[in-house]
Ligand binder design. Structure first.
Ligand code: ZN
Length: 103
């Protein structure tokens, strides 16, 4: 009968290099993922009448699906977003319709 704790012990990593690299690397991965997002040029419709959300329509640059999305705030409309087709894209407000400010 062997004692159950006769496992191989993992050698302790001399953590300094690891500890410094891993958070930096993950941060860079996140940035890279954001930068890699394909850009979708959206038409933005400002709230009008009883509609209180901003509407966005854009064509998914990945699969070509026309995506409809909504946003409470105009400044939340652009940026990384996941379309209904499932692709993550970086939305840019290319056109804004129904701007309420005086021209
Ligand atoms: Zn798509």
């Amino acid at each position: 009968m062997r004692p159950p704790d006769r496992r191989q012990r993992r050698p302790l990593a001399t953590g300094a290099a690891n500890a410094e690299v891993s958070p930096d690397r993950s941060r860079r991965n996140m940035l890279a993922r954001h930068r890699k997002l394909p850009t979708a040029y959206a038409s933005v419709f400002v709230p009008q009448g009883r509609r209180s959300w901003y509407w966005l329509t854009f064509r998914c640059p990945v699969c070509g699906t026309y995506v409809f999305a909504r946003s409470r705030q105009i400044d939340q409309a652009p940026g990384p977003r996941k379309g209904t087709c499932g692709h993550s894209v970086s939305v840019v407000a290319a056109r804004i319709y129904g701007r309420q400010e005086a021209a």
